[in-house]
Design a protein around this ligand. Structure first.
Ligand code: ADP
Ligand code: MG
Length: 587
């Protein structure tokens, strides 16, 4: 046998091979064309598609257009206006740079390219398959038409799904890109029906676009964040834990305006939400990371959806912190009024988020500091404020008025009424205190005067022995008494008065479930969260006004107190405007 001889591939074949990488389906064509329009500085882009994109895809923009002599060149492989030198690759600021999209598309479909440069008086059109250039009437900007996709690649065509499915992919691609550039107007027509029309939005009314794309539920329950540190900036819209989803289908992350699906970013976001979200639930968010293009390598994937950071650890920590702080500062939303919480430039030193939102507020007095000692917890003292009785506008959650059905606290503050789910709120406060005390190694042990014997089952009793040392660090002294019996002798002081038997059972059940595979802090947080749940005020317990006020003050000074550790909201504001609206009282 002779070894087979080598030859250079025909350009058409080379392009078809490249097309295999970047053009999978109609949605990939639209992605490439939209990126080109955005790179050309378009302010408005119209997309028209017939039959799921199999018959026709037409993208028209008002960008700066192509030089007439470049029309043919644009369809050549490795032809681009976006990079020149190797060094340019280290700081790519455009979405495209490989010079592959148009030739790839033209190798698997009938393409025409019409363009008029900004400032020019005439336009030209190039029919790629006929290599024919002719004058055409066209406004400033460019139109690319792609007909009969994969007409010459039957295998690919066979792999395409129904029009419905392809349309679904098209819509998702357009959603992703429309959220990447809020300032650009988009319209989308399918079989001449207008399916999406998005006027240009500024950053301030960007939430309106998010609402149009992700639904009003997202917009009503998302907070706006903007955080900057060390040349990194993260801004955007983060869904509150109370809008978590069963699927990770509303997670949009952008780096310098580029759509990415990056594991590092997804992981950072997951970690930021970990503390306020039930496992198995997924957060919804639209987040924009901007940074010096030299800090990120975009040339690692043909469709450029994956990136590589030069300092990935820094980026990871930055996102966890920025997002984590925004979530920690978020109060739950008002009951009926879709307002947006704007948290601008979060100061990391800011410890009292709610207090900040009230104008003319003096710095919190020492009475606002979270308490950790058991005696204060056990006998809720009337809180004495310096300068006598505080007026309601100085207290974000106001003064307690009544307890409703033994479940809710009704309070009045400067904005109207506040409703608090007392069990959920107390649980959150307790959990945060346990965490803080645990991390400082200052969990106070409370020996029980009468140790409590609990029937837990054999496996759990064994676990109590296995994990005795760790339980000690959690201020839990649980000892095996018999085959399936343990005795609890000591608990964290904060949990005094809670349901100790259930607490012991659930903590041991956590060990059974978590095993030792989970990361240590996550495990501890899970355990603390279980403990907080049982150490908290039960619903239906009568509270005095002083106890209720104490809880309100505790919520104000506790981070992440807007949700309980299961992600349910803990309190809600009913503003005077809400009440006016309810009673149809015009003002
Ligand atoms: P790339 O975007 O990687 O440069 P493409 O094959 O997508 O490669 O496009 C080739 C070139 O054609 C681009 O570099 C750009 O100069 C030009 N071009 C493509 N689409 C447009 C458009 N809508 N407006 C202006 N120029 C365009
Ligand atoms: Mg391109």
């Amino acid at each position: 046998m002779f070894s087979p001889r080598i030859h250079i591939l025909r350009p058409e074949l080379a392009n078809q091979i490249a097309a295999g990488e970047v053009i999978e389906r109609p949605a990939s064509v639209v992605k490439e064309l939209l990126e080109n329009s955005l790179d050309a500085g378009a302010r408005s882009i119209d997309i028209e598609v017939d039959d799921g994109g199999l018959r026709l895809i037409r993208v028209r923009d008002d960008g700066w257009g192509l030089h007439p002599e470049d029309l043919a060149l644009a369809l050549q492989r490795h032809a681009t206006s976006k990079v020149t030198d190797f060094s340019d690759l280290g700081r790519v600021t455009t979405l495209g740079f490989r010079g592959e999209a148009l030739p790839s598309i033209a190798s698997v479909a009938h393409v025409s390219l019409a363009s008029r440069m900004r400032g020019a008086t005439t336009a030209k059109i190039l029919e790629a398959s006929k290599s024919q250039m002719s004058p055409v009437a066209h406004p400033e900007g460019t139109t690319v038409e792609v007909r009969d996709l994969f007409y010459n690649v039957p295998v690919r065509r066979k792999f395409l799904k129904s029009v419905r499915t392809e349309l679904g992919h098209l819509e998702e691609t357009i959603r992703r890109i429309a959220l990447s550039h809020l300032e650009v107007a988009f319209s989308f027509r399918h079989n001449q029906r207008l399916l999406q029309s998005l006027p240009s939005a500024s950053r301030e009314n960007g939430m309106e676009r998010a609402a149009k794309i992700l639904g009003h539920d997202f917009a009503e329950k998302a907070l706006t964040l903007d955080f900057e540190l060390g040349g990194l900036r993260l801004w955007g819209f983060a869904g509150l834990p109370t809008t978590s989803r069963a699927q990770p289908d509303q997670q949009y992350f952008y780096i310098n305006g580029r759509v990415v699906r990056d594991r590092l970013l997804a992981h950072s976001a997951r970690q930021a939400y970990a503390d306020v979200l039930h496992t198995g639930r997924h957060p919804a968010y639209v987040l924009y990371l901007t940074l010096d293009p030299e800090r990120v390598d975009v040339n690692v994937h043909p469709t450029k959806q994956e990136v590589r950071f030069r300092d990935s650890q820094i980026i990871h920590n930055f996102i966890v912190r920025a997002l984590g702080e925004a979530l920690a500062l978020s109060p739950s939303k008002s009951l009926s009024h879709p307002t947006t919480h704007v948290i601008e430039k979060i100061d990391s030193e800011e410890r009292y988020p709610l207090l900040k939102s009230i104008p003319n507020l003096r710095p919190p007095s020492k009475h606002f500091a979270p308490k950790t000692t058991p005696s204060e917890r056990d006998s809720p003292a009337i809180v004495i404020h310096e300068g006598g009785e505080e007026s309601p506008e100085l207290l974000p959650l106001g003064h307690a008025i009544a307890q409703i059905q033994g479940i809710y606290i009704l309070a009045e503050n400067a904005h109207g009424l506040v409703l608090v789910d007392m069990h959920a709120a107390h649980e959150r406060v307790t959990y945060e205190r346990l965490k803080t005390a645990y991390s400082k190694g200052s969990l106070l042990h409370q020996p029980l005067l009468l140790p409590i014997t609990v029937e837990v089952g054999e496996r759990a009793a064994e676990l109590a022995v296995e994990h005795a040392e760790e339980l000690q660090t959690l201020a839990l002294d649980i000892e095996r008494l018999g085959r399936g019996t343990v005795v609890v002798r000591e608990i964290p002081a904060i949990l005094n008065g809670g349901d100790i038997a259930t607490l012991a059972r659930d903590v041991l059940a956590d060990y059974a479930e978590l095993g030792s595979s989970t990361r240590v802090t996550e495990q501890v947080h899970q355990l603390l969260s279980t403990m907080a749940c049982h150490g908290s005020m039960r619903a239906h317990r009568r509270l005095s006004i002083e106890e209720m006020n104490q809880l309100l003050r505790d919520i104000e000074t506790t981070e992440r107190s807007g949700q309980c550790s299961h992600g349910r909201p803990t309190w809600a504001q009913l503003t005077i405007a809400d009440l006016d609206r309810f009673f149809s009282r015009g003002r």
